[in-house]
Structure formats: structure tokens, C-alpha cells
Design a protein around this ligand. Sequence first.
Ligand code: ADP
Ligand code: MG
Length: 456
Amino acid sequence: MDTLESIWLNTKKLIEKTLSDDDKSVVYKEFFDDTSLVELTDREAVVLTKYQFHTLVLNDNEHLNLINSSLQKVINRDIRCRIVFEDDYYKVKEDEIKNKKNSVEEFTNNVMPEYTFENFIHGPSNKEAYSAALAVATNPGRNIYNPLFIYGDSGLGKTHLLCAVGNYIKDKSPEKKVLYISSNNFVNQVYQASKNKSIDLLKNQLNSLDVLLMDDVQTLSGKKTSNDVFFDIYNELFNNRKQIILTSDRLPSQIKDIEERLISRFTQGLSVTITTPEFDTALEILKLKINTHNISPNSIEPEVLSYLATNFANDVRSLEGSLNRLLFYSINYNDKETIDMNLALEAFKGHVTTHKKQTELQIKDVINVVSDYYGITKNQICGKSRTKNIANARHIVMYLCYKHIVDTSYDKIGKELGGRDHSTVLSGCEKISKLLKSNESYRKVISEIEHDLLTR
Ligand code: ADP
Ligand code: MG
């Protein structure tokens, strides 16, 4: 095959000959001699000049025609030449290379290192997703778990688990190509690539992966080109037994405006869900996060942790936020060694209403939950019995009403609890507060009841 150099040499010979026939040898020497051919596609050739001024000259009709027709003769097909000043040409090329390089870098090493299995607390709410993720991490590409589809509300740990798989595989098999990418970023990459006409490059990059971790696939909804590109990549990876893990805030069948063929592939492997952490899991997560803040776990009273786990564990992100708020508040306003319930109540004044049910809570709800918990009747709680068990349940009702019900008072509580007076309720609340300070198993009981109350 002829090289660009030899093609151009022959073309220049033709041009030189034509010009010398016309007595314009000097024109050839001045403008054509040091041109070069750098690109030749089906329809277009790119010819470079050494000086900007030469580009202007060679771009006039007469010269351009001469160049086009000479090159056509040499390669024996129709072709148009683009005359470009060398410096401009290489500048554009450099930028293109830089852009490509950036996108390649973006495509590797982007699994967030802080999310691992070691710092993922597992409990009933996420056990299934945790086990499946671990199974995939230890043995990627096995068909039954391909793709692994993890779904659940925001803030419940989907991204964390996804990256945990990536970090695990990278650690055990550093040669494996692992990519974490959010679907939003993927859509952007597809958009850029289609603008730069480099969709094939993008596909090649992704097709060469061993593990694709794609976050929040619900955002592919309505993005036709991205759906198509993803479909091709998906099939290629799947057929080559490469592991795919996807997350979404909903089930595949609930993702609107996404191609049916993609949905059916999403459900081809295993779908697992993560739900709101239960009380114990939330408590464990809090302890772990306290550790990462380098704070001694003893510096926060257990009652406070129960309070956070009860009121802010709708999702883990909010739970972390509540701890951060508490620590911030403590650094600025606490003059004691430990963080106690008083400080927590101060820190979250006006914030606990983030728990929707809190505002709707009424005294009768507390009576219901406590009587259910102890297996006694409402009448017993509101009645006159002083049996230890019943009196204790009654005191707990007083304490929880005062703690959780917005805009209440000892008087109001007393009235609904069989017409008791202010001071009886006050002393009941104090009894419980004291027990909470001194008795670990009692704290557990109260937390459990609080949990029932706020998730009823
Ligand atoms: P999602 O992707 O589901 O919206 P993330 O994975 O971003 O949620 O999790 C939100 C935050 O909660 C992260 O900081 C994550 O580390 C933390 N988190 C979630 N679940 C757990 C868990 N089980 N153990 C420890 N941290 C968790
Ligand atoms: Mg996420």
C-alpha cells in the first residue's frame, strides 16, 4: 500500500509539472514544496502548510483545484483536500488527545476507596444485598448473579455496596479492569462521544472491562442513545462472562421510559433490595461512624445513641447527618465530658420533626404501644393498680409522652392517664430518667418501645 508520503510526493510531482508547463516554477517552490499530506480518508485529505500565509494562498480556487485534481489522479478517486496551517492542526490534535486521555483516566481507578465490606454493617434490612454482593466479589462473572441488581431508596447503602465489590476485586485481582460509573456520568460520556464521533472508542473501552459497576440506572430513563449504547456494551460483557452490577432506586419493572429489552436483561440475574435499617443495625452503624470520628464510644450516652437510631434511621445518610450534627453541637456548646440526652434534645430542637410521625403522635398512641409491649390493657395503665409491672408501664407512658409529644405538659398527660396530677407525672418521668442512666437492659427496653412507637 502506498504511504501518505509517497502519495503526496507523486501528487507534488504532478503539481510541479503542471506549474512548470505554465511557467510558474517559482510558485511551486514557494508554496507547494514544503507541504505535506497527513490524513486521507474516503472523501477528504488534509494537507499541511508550514506558514499561515501559504494556507491562504493555497486555499484560493485555482490552487485548490490544482491540488485536488492532482491528488485525484494519483489515487484514482474523487477527493477534496483541506489545507490547514501546521501549527493549528497539531494544536487541535493535541487537545483531542488530551480529551481522550482525560476520559480514559476517568474510566479507571474511580471506585471510591472508602466504601468497603469491612465498614458496611449488615443486618436484616440489607443482609440479602450484602451476601449477594460478597458472593459476586469473591466469584465475579458467575451467571446466576449476573447482573446483580441492587435496588432501594436513597441513602440506604447501594453505592457503598457497589464500591465495596469493586474494592474487593481490585484488592484480590489487581489485574482486573473494574469501572465504577454513575449512570449520569455514562449518559454524559455517550453525549460527548457522539459529539466527537467516538462512540466506538467508548464502546471499546467499556467492552474491555472485567467488572462494570453502574450506579443509579433509573437515570437512563428517556435517554435513547445511551440505552442503545448500554445495550451493546451489556451484551458484550455478559456474553464474555464479565460481571455487571447495577443499582437503582426502584425495581427494573418500575423504571419508566427505558427499553423493554434492557429491563428484561436487568432482571436476568439476581435482584436484591435494601430497606430502612432496623433499630439494632442503625445502632451498629452509629457506633462504627463514631469510631471513624476517633471519638470514644463512651463519650456519648447510650440513651442518646438510641435516640438517634430511633428518630433518624429512615436512611443511613440521615443517620450520619444526625451524628454529625450532634458532634458539631457538642464541640461548640458542650462543657461536659460526655454527650447526654439534654444536649441531644437541645441539638435537635425543631429537627426531630423530620420524623413525620412525631408530629402526629398522641398520648393514646403511646398508651397503645406500651400496653401492647407489656401485654396489659389500656384500662390497667390508666387505672389505679400499683402492681409493679403496671406502675412501671404507666411511668414509661408518662416519660415517652413528655419526650416525644410536641406541645404537651405534665398536666395534659396526667389528665389522659386517668386524671392524675402534674406532680405524679413529673415523678414518674424522673423515675424513668434515673433508671435509664443506671440500667443498660432498661435502656434497651425503652429503645425498643420508642422504635415501635415511631414506626407504628
Ligand atoms: P445510596 O447509594 O443507597 O443512596 P450510599 O451508599 O451513598 O446510599 O450510602 C449513604 C451513606 O450511608 C454512605 O456514607 C454510606 O457509607 C453509609 N452507609 C449506608 N449503609 C451503610 C451500612 N450498612 N454500614 C455502614 N455505612 C452505611
Ligand atoms: Mg447512591
